[in-house]
Design a protein. Structure first.
Length: 201
């Protein structure tokens, strides 16, 4: 069995033209050389305007066994639930999930990057598909603002896990104290009593 301690490929474009597809294929071929990766660091990048770009994550169809999955997401206002679901479906044996939500690039703050009918929701059935993360015990989210897209994914994470023990949420610096309290109550309503919830502001 080939075991790799840690792997950190360069960030991957989630939606785009075929020119980016080769990056996904090359990276998938690299992963296929290993049976187990202890820590997989993945960066997901969304273009500010997706247009008619294809869902490039479909180029990745198989992962080795992974213990800790670290996702760094630059969503630029887009929904990142479909891409996260695609990766988690291939990483169903992970024990820890660390999700880092990156701030909007300077100069794009306040601009509406995601409009009705945007292709970022594709595949659109990710919220209704079944997924069981039987080994996932700990989730850490850094940079949480509480957008509709973020809440949609967190709500599903609670439904997909069966052994979750801890969830730690680090709020983004832009979140006010009153908004933070409101988000704490909302996230607690998704959770169950046996899960230890920790909020950091």
């Amino acid at each position: 069995m080939t075991h790799l301690q840690q792997l950190s490929p360069h960030p991957l474009v989630v939606h785009g033209h075929n020119v980016f597809s080769q990056d996904h294929r090359d990276w998938s071929m690299l992963l296929n050389h290993f049976d187990h990766v202890s820590i997989l660091n993945l960066g997901l990048y969304y273009m500010p305007v997706i247009g008619y770009g294809q869902f490039l994550m479909k180029e990745m169809t198989k992962f080795p066994n992974i213990t800790i999955l670290k996702l760094e997401v630059l969503a630029c206002g887009h929904s990142f639930g479909a891409s996260s679901f695609h990766l988690l479906r291939m990483s169903s044996g992970i024990r820890e999930l660390k999700l880092k939500l990156l701030d909007m690039p300077r100069g794009l703050e306040g601009q509406i990057a995601c409009r009705s009918g945007c292709r970022c929701v594709e595949p659109s059935n990710w919220e209704t598909k079944e997924l069981v993360l039987r080994c996932l015990e700990e989730i850490e989210i850094d940079g949480f603002i509480g957008t509709e897209h973020e809440l949609a994914l967190v709500r599903r994470l609670f439904k997909w896990t069966t052994m979750l023990k801890r969830m730690t949420v680090h709020f983004n610096d832009s979140v006010t104290q009153s908004k933070g309290k409101e988000l704490c109550q909302l996230l607690l309503s998704f959770s169950t009593p046996e899960i230890c919830m920790k909020f950091l502001h």
